[in-house]
Design a protein around this ligand. Structure first.
Ligand SMILES: C[S@@+](CC[C@H](N)C(=O)[O-])C[C@H]1O[C@@H](n2cnc3c(N)ncnc32)[C@H](O)[C@@H]1O
Length: 333
C-alpha cells in the first residue's frame, strides 16, 4: 500500500486541483503566503489547531500550499486500502467532516467515480469558501456540484447528512480529547456504509484513532483496516501504529516549506470501519514497519489476529519469498 521507508510511491494532487489552486494563487505575492504557510506549520507542530492557524483567505490558501498535498496523499493511500478491503463498495453519497479546503472530497471523487453527491462541512468560513471555489474547477461533476456547509459538529449546530461514505481527515486532532469519542460516534451515525478516519501519524494521533476505534466497535462497526482483527490493539507505547505516504513537492510547496528535496514523507494513522452489509475482508496480517532485507531474505513486522510477530521470509523458501519480496510498510496480506 504505502511507503517502504524511503522508497515510496504516492499520489500527488490531481491535475485539476493543482490547476484550481494555481488560478487562486495567480497574482498573489508568494512572500506573504510563504510566511503564512511557515507560521501555520509552526502552529500545527506545536499542537495548535486550525482555529488559531487560519483566520482568513490567505491562511486557507497557505494551508493548500503547506499541508493539503500531504493530507491528500495520506487520504488517497487510505482510500486505496479501503477499496482493496471492500472492492465492491460503490458509494453514491459522501460526507467530508472538517473538510478544510475539501482535501478528502477530492480524494474520494478520484477513488470513487460512482459518487453522485458530495457534502463538505467545516466550522471555518474561510475554509468553506475556499473549498467551494476549488470544487468548482473539478473534472468530477459530483465535486463541482458539491454542497459545502458551515457547521460545528461538536456543538452539533448543523445536521450531518447521511452518506454512504463518511470521512474525517486530520480533524480529531483539533478537538478536545474528551470530544473525540463522541464526535466519532456522531459521524458513524451519519454513515450508511464506510467510515474513514485519518490522523497525523504521531503517538497522540494513534491514541485518538484507538479511542474512536473502541467506541465504533461498541457501536457495531466492523473493522476493515488497518487492523487484521477487532481485538484490543496489541501495540504498547513507545510503539504505535502508523504508516507513511511519500508525495512529490511542487515548486510552491517547496517554497512554502522552505524545503530542499522535491518530496515529503507524511506519517499518518488511520481506521476504516464498515456497516455490516458492506462486503469486505480484513487483511490476515498488516506490515507495521519498513521490511528489513538482507541476503538471506526479509523480515516483516506483522500485526495479526494472534498479536505482533517478526516473520522471517527466507529467500530459499521460493513460494513465500515470491509472494512477499515486494512487501512494503503498510501492506496487508
Ligand atoms: C487540519 S484541518 C484538515 C482539513 C482537511 N480535512 C484535510 O485533511 O486537509 C482540520 C479541519 O477541521 C475543521 N474543524 C475543526 N473542528 C471542527 C468542528 N468542531 N466542526 C467542524 N469543523 C471543524 C477545521 O476548521 C479545519 O478545517
Amino acid at each position: 500500500m504505502i511507503a517502504d521507508g524511503a522508497a515510496a510511491v504516492n499520489a500527488g494532487l490531481p491535475w485539476d486541483l493543482r490547476a484550481a489552486i494555481g488560478r487562486l494563487l495567480e497574482g498573489r505575492p508568494r512572500s506573504a503566503l510563504v510566511a503564512k504557510a511557515a507560521r501555520l506549520s509552526e502552529i500545527y507542530r506545536a499542537g495548535g489547531n486550525s482555529r488559531e492557524a487560519i483566520a482568513d483567505e490567505t491562511g486557507a490558501l497557505a494551508y493548500t500550499l503547506a499541508r493539503m498535498p500531504a493530507t491528500y496523499a495520506a487520504v488517497a493511500a487510505v482510500l486505496a486500502e479501503a477499496a482493496r478491503r471492500a472492492p465492491d463498495f460503490s458509494p453514491h453519497t459522501s460526507l467530508d467532516a472538517g473538510a478544510g479546503p475539501g482535501t478528502a472530497s477530492w480524494a474520494c471523487a478520484e477513488r470513487y467515480p460512482t459518487l453522485a453527491s458530495i457534502s463538505m462541512m467545516d466550522a471555518s468560513p474561510a475554509f468553506i469558501d475556499l473549498a467551494r471555489r476549488l470544487a468548482r474547477d473539478s473534472v468530477h461533476p459530483a465535486l463541482r456540484d458539491s454542497t459545502s456547509a458551515l457547521g460545528d459538529f461538536v456543538r452539533g449546530d448543523a445536521p450531518l447528512p447521511e452518506s454512504d461514505l463518511a470521512i474525517a481527515a486530520y480533524v480529531l486532532a483539533e478537538l478536545a480529547d474528551s470530544a473525540c469519542e463522541e464526535v466519532a460516534a456522531r459521524l458513524w451515525m451519519a454513515c450508511a456504509g464506510l467510515f474513514v478516519l485519518v490522523e497525523p501519524g504521531t503517538p497522540a494521533g494513534y491514541k485518538r484513532i484507538m479511542t474512536a476505534r473502541e467506541r465504533l466497535i461498541a457501536e457495531g462497526a466492523a473493522v476493515l483496516a488497518p487492523c487484521p482483527h477487532a481485538h484490543v490493539c496489541p501495540l504498547r507505547m513507545p510503539d504505535w501504529c502508523h504508516f507513511a505516504a511519500r508525495l512529490p513537492r511542487s515548486r510552491d510547496h517547496m517554497l512554502a516549506k522552505t524545503a530542499t528535496v522535491p518530496f515529503e514523507d507524511e506519517k499518518f494513522s488511520y481506521l476504516v470501519v464498515a456497516r455490516p452489509h458492506v462486503i469486505g475482508a480484513r487483511a490476515g496480517g498488516r506490515v507495521l514497519a519498513p521490511p528489513r532485507r538482507n541476503k538471506a531474505g526479509l523480515t516483516l513486522k506483522l500485526c495479526r489476529a494472534d498479536g505482533i510477530a517478526d516473520v522471517a521470509v527466507a529467500r530459499r523458501d521460493r513460494t513465500a519469498f515470491a509472494r512477499l519480496r515486494h512487501a512494503r510498510w503498510g501492506d496487508g496480506y
